[in-house]
Write a protein that binds this ligand. Sequence first.
Ligand code: UTP
Length: 452
Amino acid sequence: MDIIEQNKIRMNRLSANSDGLLRQIQSLDWDELETALVECIFKKEESGLSDEYGPASYFPIIPENPVQKTLYEKAYKHGENLIREAKTSAFTVAGGQGTRLGYNGPKGTLPVSPIKAKPLFQMFAEQILGISRKYNVTIPWYIMCSPLNLEATTIHFKDNDFYGLGRDNLKFFAQGVMPATDFKGNLLLASKDSLALSPNGHGGSLKALIESGSVADMASRGVEHVSYFQVDNPLVSTINPLFIGLHDLQKSDMSSRSLTKTGPFEKLGNFVSTGDRISIIEYSDLPEEKALEKEADGRIKYRAGSPAIHILRRDFIEQFASGERKLPYHRAEKKVPHINENGKLITPTEPNAVKFETFVFDALPLAQNPLILEADRLEEFSPVKNKTGVDSLESSQSDQIKRARRWLENAGCKILDNCLIEISPLVFPSKIDIERKNFHNFDFKKNLIYLD
Ligand code: UTP
């Protein structure tokens, strides 16, 4: 391909005076770059879906009939057994650059809890440890970083004594990177010694789980299921018995949680189905007329949105090892600072470059027997993505406080209005754990409650 040859010639010339750049050029996977260029620049990106798709069906969070109720009870117990038998692991994707938030450091180190200012990583760690203790089991936790934040992430955990989980039960690894190009496919340089590189998207996690030895580690521990969640959602249920149980009972390769969208155009991926295949299409790819379609009862048809919470079977991930199964590249147009031919740093004010990313949800249409389980948004989803407004630290803290209040009020506690509340996930990893507690001797007449 001409553009690949042109890039090689130009990079050979530019790397003559830079060992750093030379090393990058030598280790660059040119075939992979060619694939990405073809998929994102030289051929119009296609969703791979015909227009024949319809809304995907899902298991509602509240069972709708006695048969479903019995199934959920069975699934919950089954999920608990799988957890107890050490068949589950937690997996966090934390390799993103968090540009919208603009926080200086790995996003997982951002303090988020409303009273104790616990970082995101601590919130997950405590929940995982709480569940491990409850089921008297070790739950290994795999954390995917990027080459840019791997070191800072591991230092954070070391400084915090791995939050009590034990060094051996945590595995940190870096995902792959891809070089950015201009809109014609020419590689960009971040400096005279380096290409402009960025993480290859959360879809890079499948390959990274294999190449880092994480999947082999899971196999040696007897782990069968990988509970996948993003680094930015402190409300996530990291290891959910009902979800795990349903997924395993249905022999699903990959299962997902869904949220009921707040409206037809909410910016969440949409679950759609063609036959027995489930896919997620981006909100921008759902045509307006489809987005507005309604059921007879008035609810929008395409109401199942994705909060990016999945369970994958370990042996399904292994199928991506040989390279025969691959995820497609998506084109992201971004502002990428770079140096020009004269070595001058250009800081664009408009998108000037293409970043190539793969998305983990593109594995869903390849999965056998996939299923979707609805999640209650107020209970399980309030991510920190933006500096202000929707999905910000402020909105997430407010949701954390509201959830804590609901949990306590459900358990029969009377709480003052405007009380600031935080519940330790170590002691109460889920709502059920609060319901089981007897609070008779606890004084709730306070303006601030930290429950641990
Ligand atoms: P987002 O799509 O929110 O991207 O990632 P981001 O990079 O964190 O934030 P912005 O868009 O730059 O503001 C969703 C999840 O996927 C992870 C992120 O860390 C987050 O948990 N992710 C994203 C990766 O692990 N690797 C990537 O290459 C991209």
